[in-house]
Design a protein around this ligand. Structure first.
Ligand code: 5GP
Ligand code: MG
Length: 180
């Protein structure tokens, strides 16, 4: 698996250090709000569990699954709800946890959906942000790292379902997806 990686962008140690900082900010913001933390499956699950362990707040956790990628390395722009939340979001403070924001279609869909359902507030924390990829205007409130416009894998990010369990974020060798 490691042989398919061209370059490591963020090591385990760098990810941990940045998560310590982000979690401190989120703890301060949410300490009196009892937020509902919504993790966007499947990519953001690793980031979410590592973050919530660092946050000293009362919070609930739920999951939503949306898809826009259909297995390739570029977004189709269409977002589909694959698995809905269990929770009612009405009047709740919502914190969305994402792995990466690229075109922005996924995030825009989620924010619109939650607002439509009556959420009191919706904020977003993403591990990675690819500002160059943006097609719709949407902004994350908390960003771990701004990343270049390359196809990344690891720490939740996959290529055809694989590489999510790499402990770091890296650039996949183009040869891996060119041969598919
Ligand atoms: P967006 O809707 O903003 O284009 O994309 C959001 C989703 O696309 C992310 O949650 C992630 O699942 C996927 N995605 C975007 N960029 C990358 C990338 O570089 N690598 C991987 N593995 N997934 C990505
Ligand atoms: Mg995602």
């Amino acid at each position: 698996m490691n042989n398919d990686i061209e370059r490591v962008l963020y090591s385990k140690e760098e990810l941990n250090r940045r998560m310590d900082e982000l979690a401190k900010q989120l703890t301060a913001e949410y300490k009196d709000q009892r937020p509902l933390i919504i993790s966007v499956m499947t990519g953001a699950v690793l980031f979410t569990v590592d973050m919530i362990k660092r946050m000293d707040i009362m919070a609930k956790l739920d999951f939503i699954d949306v898809s826009s990628y259909y297995g390739g390395t570029s977004s189709t722009g269409k977002v589909k709800l694959v698995q809905d939340l269990k929770s009612d979001v009405r009047d709740r403070s919502i914190l969305i946890m994402e792995d990466i924001v690229d075109t922005g279609h996924t995030l825009k869909y989620l924010i619109d959906l939650l607002k439509e359902r009556g959420a009191k507030s919706v904020k977003v924390c993403t591990l990675l942000d690819k500002p160059e990829g943006r097609q719709v205007e949407v902004k994350a409130d908390y960003v771990g790292f701004n990343v270049p416009n390359e196809f990344l894998v690891g720490y939740g990010l996959d290529y055809q379902g694989y590489y999510r369990n790499l402990p770091y974020v890296g650039i996949l060798k183009p040869a891996v997806y060119e041969k598919d």
